[in-house]
Ligand binder design. Structure first.
Ligand code: GLA
Length: 356
């Protein structure tokens, strides 16, 4: 019985979050220029992860997305289990829908993510593969997906979260099956499939200076030294109201990565608020968005600022009752203080001393 009530509750929740919402997006005339216009003046791409179901079902989501941003990341639909659901089958339809929308609206596209320890289909994880078979599977996967989007995806998160908390290599499915050589192989295959795409390593809790970011820095140094075709690093930037790395440490980390010749993208910014949401917490959240945008503008190598969603209505946390409100528009598409903090940093009067 409990299971049944839970299933009904989840069902209702899904219907509610997927249904078109009858709210008015903030009238753009009330706002300053859209974020993308101000970002362009700072030579910066600004964007968001895009959810397939929200894009399909909510016209206001589409409207605000197209108005505000000039780059998107495909949130889930390029992950292994979605795009390669059985061994001989690739399913590009949903990812293509997002890519088409982005192209129609002159947005650049970040591909996410080719190699990760999560979102792996059971045909893969439950198979009994030899090392050579796994190499072939991963090579075919990367080459097929990257070729499909050749010339369309300008930057790929090739390798996601391959380093563990202490800074050592994470014991992932791929590491265990292939060995550490997989780290270089995956970038080479992606480069062969699209020599013009920028190739990124992407990770979390490595924004400031700590054991994990030291480990990642060492790994990046090795990849560069051995001429692995890697162009940049994605700092996910999933932050909280408290307990974040200091702005000084984030800047120092970006600078040392940039000194290796790497481009830096902020790839998944969120600032989680534990309920209850109060005005004070929203103001604090805004300060954190402001700090990260200021840092990105101050570091030449930081060229792209992407958030993991833009409205709390379609957040990846909207089914979590304790944590949420992480984004810059509220559930009615009204800009939050965090939105105005970004405007404040990007608008011409304040951004000119920092612009690149
Ligand atoms: C990681 C992944 C993303 C997404 C987020 C959700 O950061 O890279 O694809 O799943 O977690 O928090």
């Amino acid at each position: 019985m409990k299971k049944f009530i839970f299933a009904v509750f989840i069902g209702l929740l899904m219907v509610l979050t997927m249904a078109p919402v009858e709210v008015n997006a903030a009238d753009s005339s009330e706002l300053d220029q859209p974020l993308q216009t101000m970002a362009e003046a700072n030579d910066l791409l600004i964007g968001t992860a895009v959810r397939y179901w929200s894009l399909e079902n909510d016209p206001i989501y589409r409207e605000v997305l197209a108005r505000e941003f000039n780059v998107i990341t495909v949130e889930n639909m390029m992950k292994f289990s979605f795009i390669h659901p059985s061994q001989d089958e690739y399913d590009f339809t949903r990812a293509d829908t997002i890519v088409d929308f982005a192209q129609q609206n002159d947005m650049k596209i970040r591909g996410h993510c080719l190699v990760w320890n999560q979102s792996l289909p059971s045909w893969l994880t439950e198979g009994d593969w030899s090392r050579d078979e796994l190499i072939k599977i991963l090579r075919d996967h990367i080459k097929t997906v990257v070729k499909h989007y050749r010339g369309q995806v300008f930057a790929w998160d090739v390798l996601n979260e391959a380093v563990a908390g202490g800074g050592r290599l994470r014991q992932t499915f791929w590491y265990q099956g292939i060995g550490q050589e997989y780290l270089g192989m995956v970038f080479r295959w992606a480069h062969q499939a699209d020599p013009n795409a920028l190739l990124f390593y992407n990770d979390y809790l490595c924004e400031g200076l700590n054991r994990k970011s030291d480990g990642i820095y060492d790994l990046m140094k090795k990849l560069v030294k051995y001429n692995i075709p890697i162009d940049g690093i994605g700092l996910q930037m999933h932050l909280n109201l408290d307990d974040n790395p200091t702005p000084e440490d984030i800047t120092a980390n970006m600078e040392r990565l940039a000194a290796l010749g790497l481009e830096i993208h902020v790839t998944e910014m969120t600032v989680y608020i534990w309920y209850e949401v109060t005005q004070e917490k929203l103001e604090k959240q805004a300060e954190i968005y402001r700090d990260i945008m200021e840092i990105c503008l101050s570091v030449d190598a930081c060229t792209t600022f992407v958030m993991w969603g833009f409205t709390d209505l379609h957040s990846h946390l909207s089914d979590n009752p304790n944590r949420g409100s992480a984004l810059i528009f509220d559930e009615s598409y009204q800009p939050k203080p965090a939105y105005y903090a970004l405007v404040d940093v990007l608008k011409p009067e304040t951004s000119s001393p920092q612009s690149k």
